[in-house]
Design a protein around this ligand. Structure first.
Ligand code: M6R
Length: 364
């Protein structure tokens, strides 16, 4: 049932404040200022490295998590798409935790990679949305997301719920390894608790985002740029746009532009820049200016401060609430999803069932 919404995708985008809060509820103990996993006695102490494996949007959630596992838990993290991981003879050392992320829990490549890692002696953690799925059954450490059924082929609410779980897992790993003092843990919990309200505030820009969609819907190619934990968001933005609007789109790490892709820039290629104010803001801004100097038409997605500082010469700006960098990838997922959605609606595509795609890819 789509409720009052025209598409499942839009309904699912709007469910995010509630389902992210629901998911966080089973991973946070706000009164104690602590994270708590559903399996409290899982032994993280001798984990020496994490391997993250997934496909598509779930893979991008894993890319964000890599930043968090490294930063908070100081663990080496390797990440790969499942279809590569399973065939490349990866080195699996003792004390490895292999983490699989999947909405459906049935994706053939991810499942095969999971079994490959199990055979290699890795402990298996699974972040999964369908609790009765095959991956859920095969996990040593089952970390459910509580997004509810996701019908739209384009993944939206599953992604933000995956990020919520992965942030809690990062904090948990950090504490288990003695890298997080109680004050830091309280801070992380406090920031995560702010996510649902911040998502709500981001959703309030829906109409403004629909207007921006009108400005880019005629483009043949669109680029997305981001840095650090917002770089995977650029990849996710490009995937979302191509999958439902059929516009060619690519995401790049902002700093990679001048190593090739900047040659594509002219005034027909909109460039979506994801840049919350924070430690990486200035760096991203100088990449944005390089694009503008070559006639590129920029859509800047930032908070009020960021837009005040750098929004002037942009084709358009989209204002996000000012949030802590930890939750920025969760909050900035919203404009990325809405932009793709509105472009697809303008183009008249089948938003919930885009051509050539299936909700769950159960063949190799
Ligand atoms: O069910 P999974 O999370 O394992 O699915 C992985 C990908 O097939 C999925 O995220 C796909 O990329 C989506 N259609 C993206 O919107």
């Amino acid at each position: 049932d789509k409720g009052n919404h025209r598409h499942f995708m839009l309904k699912e985008i709007y469910e995010q404040p509630i389902v992210v809060a629901q998911t966080l509820r089973s991973y946070l103990r706000p009164l104690d200022g602590q994270v708590a996993l559903p399996i409290p006695d899982f032994d993280f102490a001798d984990i020496r490295r994490v391997t993250v494996v997934a496909c598509g949007t779930s893979y991008y959630a894993g890319m964000v998590a890599k930043y968090w596992f490294e930063r908070f838990a100081r663990l080496p993290v390797e990440i790969d798409v499942a279809s590569e991981y399973r065939y490349r003879d990866p080195v699996m050392e003792e004390g490895g935790l292999a983490l699989f992320i999947s909405q459906s829990g049935e994706t053939a490549d991810t499942l095969a990679a999971l079994r490959h890692a199990r055979a290699g002696g890795q402990k298996i953690a699974v972040v999964v949305n369908v609790p009765t799925s095959t991956m859920a059954r095969e996990a040593d450490l089952l970390l459910p997301t509580h997004a509810g059924p996701e019908i739209g082929v384009a993944s939206t609410k599953a992604f933000t719920c995956q990020l919520a779980v992965l942030a809690a897992l990062a904090a948990n790993l950090a504490r288990a390894r003695g890298k997080l003092d109680p004050r830091q843990e309280r801070e992380i919990v406090r920031h995560l608790e702010e996510a649902p309200a911040a998502i709500n505030a981001a959703l309030a820009y829906d109409e403004a985002i629909a207007v921006v969609a009108g400005q880019i819907a005629g483009a043949r190619d669109v680029l997305y740029l981001g840095r650090g934990p917002d770089y995977p968001l650029a990849l996710e933005g490009a995937l979302k746009l191509k999958e439902i609007s059929y516009i060619h789109a690519e995401g790049y790490a902002a700093g990679e532009m001048k190593h090739g892709p900047i040659a594509l820039i002219d005034d027909h290629v909109p460039v979506i820049v994801l840049a919350p104010s924070g430690p990486l803001f200035e760096k991203t801004m100088s990449n944005m200016q390089e694009v503008q100097a070559r006639g590129g038409k920029v859509v800047l997605i930032s908070d009020y401060d960021g837009i005040q500082a750098a929004g002037e010469d942009c084709l358009a700006t989209i204002t996000m609430p000012k949030v802590h960098p930890l939750i920025a990838p969760i909050v900035y997922a919203i404009p990325v999803q809405l932009l793709a959605y509105h472009v697809a609606v303008l183009k008249g595509t089948d938003v919930d069932q885009p051509r050539n795609l299936a909700k769950s890819v159960t063949v190799e």
